[in-house]
Design a protein around this ligand. Structure first.
Ligand code: ATP
Ligand code: MG
Length: 232
């Protein structure tokens, strides 16, 4: 079993092709590289394959062709615990399970203290919501997250990722359901997180990508453009 180096992790796709089923290929020969600590903005129209790239990085699916490396290691040789301890993702839909608020936030990591959890929720603007719950961090959530608004669910997912202190973070349109005020507050927190790790930020619009180093434009599963933010 392979181990990942400490600190921010490099990412590379080498000739990656992928389809959810055999007759419909979604990614075609995708190759790119991110150095440790670099931040990539990933843009493209609906269905261009942005989220598919993030799903492959987390091994939710396997590519049909090509190699994906994180920290120099082919991700097929990484254990899932090694991968999930170091790579954090905030997706368009948040998965919550039937359990306490604390367990949903920490994913059962016993090393996280309530103090740290509450500090992070404060930082991300979720604290007042937790304080309003009947039993604080011991309150039970129902699966599916029906007790949260869409915006709260996204804040929740971001808090969860913050607490894992990832070395690579993937944000899949994390602010798409937030109002302007919440989004602005969150941006500061996201910037702090991105300052410490390698990041991939997925967005529909270029305008939301102020703090990335590189931009990749996907068009129908192919890289249409890739370069520094200034060059594009
Ligand atoms: P959006 O901006 O709408 O989030 P996206 O760029 O993230 O789009 P993907 O979710 O990567 O796009 O989808 C790429 C293609 O793969 C689309 O044609 C989509 O219909 C298809 N697709 C996505 N998920 C699945 C799935 N689970 N099963 C089959 N096809 C899928
Ligand atoms: Mg998507």
């Amino acid at each position: 079993e392979e181990w990942l180096p400490e600190g921010p992790l490099s990412v590379s796709f080498e000739g990656v092709s992928f389809g959810y089923n055999e007759d419909h290929r979604v990614l075609h020969d995708v190759s790119f590289e991110l150095k440790p600590g670099e931040r990539l903005g990933l843009v493209g129209r609906t269905g261009s394959g942005k989220s598919s790239i993030s799903r492959l990085l987390l091994r939710l699916y396997n590519s049909d062709r090509g190699v994906i490396r994180i920290g120099g290691t082919d991700i097929r040789n990484l254990s899932l615990p090694a991968l999930y301890r170091r790579v954090g993702m905030v997706t368009q839909d948040v998965q919550l399970f039937d359990g306490t608020l604390r367990d949903n936030l920490t994913l059962f990591n016993p090393n996280l203290t309530d103090e740290e959890i509450l500090r992070t929720t404060e930082q991300l603007g979720l604290r007042s919501w937790i304080d309003a719950m009947p039993a604080g961090l011991d309150s039970r959530l129902s699966s599916g997250g029906s007790s949260l608004s869409a915006g709260e669910a996204q804040l929740f997912a971001l808090t969860r990722v913050f607490l894992t202190k990832p070395s690579l973070i993937i944000l899949d349109e994390p602010s798409s359901r937030l109002d302007a005020a919440t989004e602005a507050a969150l941006q500061t927190a996201v910037d702090q997180l991105l300052a410490q790790c390698t990041g991939i930020v997925i967005a529909h619009r270029l305008s939301t990508l102020d703090n990335v180093d590189k931009i990749m434009v996907l068009r129908q599963g192919r890289i249409a453009e890739f370069g520094s933010r200034e060059a594009l």
